[in-house]
Design a protein around this ligand. Structure first.
Ligand SMILES: [Cu+2]
Length: 171
């Protein structure tokens, strides 16, 4: 019986010792401290203001074909240029830069029949723009425009000073 008791005691001691041995081993195992996954949230994603400042577009110079302006100036010296060539259906503007009234009119003075084949008494006042005749005097700084839709060489004069003449060539 004594041997049995001793055996039990030994077994108990061994098992207990083994328990504490392995328990110590487990304790000795260094706990690996996992790095904290709680990383500070950096507010670095501040939305950048959309500063897409593009230089203002320089307006392109208009490539539209320049409209040719047909101008005859009337000064105290008369009409200039004395001969002006235009295309059919183009408009000529007579600008009065003299110190007196201006009255451009088709030859011949005083009837003005050359262009419209009607006399001043017939076509003035000309509300339809058929006659090459201003039909009245235009004051200094005023202007009078006429559209030529008949091809030809059209002499004209100033009805108020008939010695001042010029020519409009319509091609
Ligand atoms: Cu006249």
């Amino acid at each position: 019986m004594n041997k049995t008791i001793i055996a039990v005691v030994i077994a108990t001691v061994v098992l207990t010792g083994g328990y504490f041995f392995f328990k110590d081993v487990d304790r000795s195992t260094p706990e690996v401290s996992e790095p904290s996954s709680q990383q500070p949230i950096t507010q670095s994603s501040a939305s950048e203001p959309s500063t897409s400042e593009q230089p203002p577009q320089q307006p392109q110079a208009s490539q539209a074909p320049a409209v040719k302006e047909n101008v005859v100036t009337f000064t105290n010296s008369g009409y200039s240029p004395s001969i002006l060539t235009v295309k059919k259906d183009e408009t000529v503007t007579f600008k009065n830069q003299s110190s007196r009234s201006m009255w451009p009119a088709s030859a011949m003075h005083p009837t003005h029949r050359a262009y419209s084949n009607t006399s001043l008494d017939e076509h003035c006042p000309d509300t339809t723009g058929i006659a090459f005749d201003a039909c009245k005097g235009f004051l200094p700084s005023q202007s009078w425009s006429f559209t030529f839709n008949q091809v030809g060489t059209w002499k004209y004069h100033d009805h108020l000073s008939s010695s001042n003449t010029g020519v409009i060539v319509v091609e």
